[in-house]
Design a protein around this ligand. Sequence first.
Ligand SMILES: Cc1ncc(C[n+]2csc(CCOP(=O)(O)OP(=O)(O)O)c2C)c(N)n1
Length: 538
Amino acid sequence: MSPAQLTVREAVFDLLRALRMTTVFGNPGSTELPMYRDFPSDFRYVLGLQESVAVAMADGYAAATGSAAFVNLHSATGVGHALGSIFTAYRNQTPLVITAGQQARSILPFEPFLYSDQAANLPKPYVKWSCEPARAQDVPAAIARAFYAAMQQPCGPTFVSIPVDDWEQTSAPLQPREVSRTVCGDPALLARAAEAMNRARHPVIVVGAGVARDGAWQETIELAERHQARVWASPKSARNSFPEQHRLFAGFLPAERARIVACLRGCDFILALGAPVFAYHVEGTGPHIPEGAALVQLVDDPAMAAWAPVGVSIVTNVKLGIRAMLSQPPPRPRPAPDPRIPAKRQLPDRLTEHYLMQQIAALRPAGSVIVEEAPSSRPAMHTYLPILEPDTFYTCASGGLGHGLPAAVGIALARNGSKVIAILGDGSSMYSIQGLWSAAELRLPVAFVIVRNGSYRALDDFGEHFGLTRLPGTALPHLDFCALARGQGVTACRVARCADLDQALATAFAASEPVLVEVAIEDVASRAQMPLGNGKPT
Ligand SMILES: Cc1ncc(C[n+]2csc(CCOP(=O)(O)OP(=O)(O)O)c2C)c(N)n1
């Protein structure tokens, strides 16, 4: 090897170091092992006990750091297991560089054990870019391209398949480059948007996850206050983008066309910031926005701009777009709209999800992060657990369960000591329960609060939408979350009475290691045949 040459492995690790991807999330197999020869001491390997868990942990980590996370999976089956989480990362617009091992090039013609046929196609269409390099020496450049593509707005996962024999081949060193990541919208269109908003009598703002991803929290508050505009959270938003006790906060739009129109009725201008127009969950007919209203959308995703059914769409980094609007002259002063009516306080007489959310809000430490995947409890969360600080709420944009538990682990890893509170349905948590083991091994301060209602209740509720009164396969009896937690090294307790809740939550919130609190919600506790708990750790 000439001095200017490195092994592919050396060139890749040098590159990963330069790109600040020194944490490897993965689950290894034979086709990846040569990558780990002389694993550098400044790198760490975060093991997920199943590939969907590894990718979701990386998703949480990347979302919390704002920079791409590196993932290494095991050939076709590893990518197959991970696909649900890859889809979620794609919908979350989370930058991930996902690599997977492939069988040795020389035996690929013989369809060997553990090979991946059409490896680069397997994760499509839910990766932004994908390849299996034509030559071993092209692997470092492929990983560099995967990183730059993942980080360009709209961010998302990318994929590189790497044959096992490539790591010992030679390659030239690869210097990292500076590659622009954002796009600032057309200044003339943004000026027109500002003028149109100034002319409006009743402007409203709809905020989506793009506001949080682009760090536009302050700019959004400034723009809303300048216009006295009420601010709605966009349907199913995966991040928090506006202080939910601000006098201008209007609430959460439902994911249904007619109900959105009803919420926005009376406005004559809608500014959608970092949000699709709109995220629907059920069919609908009629207009997408109230009659007579105009709509302007600022989004970083050209596809989202293209499919929006109404309005003017401006492709832009949201923070830069809002700043451009703020640089225009302000509107004439407008009267302040009426604030929201505060929710009625829940009394400690029934252990409902409403009471649970209220007590989490009361007891959670300042700066703690909430990760949610408890579908039928989300309305209670919206009412009783307001999110007040930027970057303190995460859920998934895809609707695919199995993200929340491992994402909470990845976020805790990135936040280095901050308390993370994962509010998880009993059904949802079972899609990726192995994430508890990673939390325990990494000794991360995550409080896993399991909303134990004994069923896939969101589906029971949703059945009514289709006129169904009874559904098969939605009851979840006999699950014992304390046993599942203890079996993976996580302390746990079960609560079945209001009187025991505060102590259990306070203990979990104060702990510097993971703790699971299983909360048996009333009514359904008996249906699920659950033992009673008293909040003491077991
Ligand atoms: C991967 C995946 N499989 C199935 C579903 C369908 N689904 C939506 S909500 C839900 C129930 C979730 O149950 P749980 O976490 O207990 O919350 P609850 O509905 O009781 O609030 C299911 C199965 C989904 N969204 N994602």
